[in-house]
Design a binder for this molecule. Structure first.
Ligand SMILES: [Zn+2]
Length: 192
């Protein structure tokens, strides 16, 4: 299953993280597991099965420091649902089933050699900003666009995804969430 993973720090706006997982969640943020620093202070997030959207494996050092929707987690495996929010210090991470367009820098190693913009047909240059079309609920896509071509707001050439198609986004940081964050920062193990 393809997941969208969002992250934000403090009161910043969330951004989507590119990748197919598994991901490594640590105090430094979300990254691909193979890019993770050799450290045990993290959790592994991977696509789930029929039981849940994703699985989260929390390591012992993060026990009680990593929280899900405001509730500190024990070490071990948790099944995550669409829209779940994880908190670690001032880092927040959301997991969503809804596909979102991914902004990235073109990398032949990740996106394929000799790639061309699906709209302009011009060759992509290494490092230039691109957008990867997520497709629709019935049709996964993955077409590559130059960022400025995607921004024109026309339907995807490959899958027909409407540019304004609603995609799940993390909710804004409301007062309740902010209170949860402050509470966790002051007392990481409420209820103990
Ligand atoms: Zn598409």
């Amino acid at each position: 299953m393809r997941l969208a993973v969002w992250q934000a720090r403090g009161r910043n706006e969330p951004s989507a993280v590119e990748g197919t997982g598994p991901w490594w969640i640590s105090a430094t943020g979300v990254c691909a597991v193979d890019e993770a620093q050799a450290s045990l202070d993290g959790a592994i997030l991977l696509p789930g099965d029929s039981e849940g959207l994703a699985l989260l494996v929390t390591s012992e050092p993060l026990e009680g420091r990593l929280a899900r929707n405001g509730q500190p987690l024990p070490a071990g495996i948790e099944v995550l649902r669409h829209g779940d929010r994880l908190e670690l210090g001032d880092l927040r991470v959301w997991v969503s089933a809804a596909a979102v367009p991914i902004e990235a820098a073109y990398d032949p190693g990740l996106h394929g050699d000799e790639a061309f913009c699906a709209r302009t047909r011009s060759r992509l240059r290494v490092g230039e900003p691109i957008v990867i079309c997520p497709g629709t609920e019935s049709t996964p896509c993955g077409a590559l666009y130059k960022a400025e071509a995607w921004a024109l707001g026309r339907r995807c050439h490959q899958c027909g995804r409407a540019p304004g198609a609603a995609a799940w986004k993390p909710p804004g940081l409301d007062k309740e969430t902010y209170r949860d964050l402050v509470r966790l920062a002051i007392d990481p193990r409420p209820g103990d």
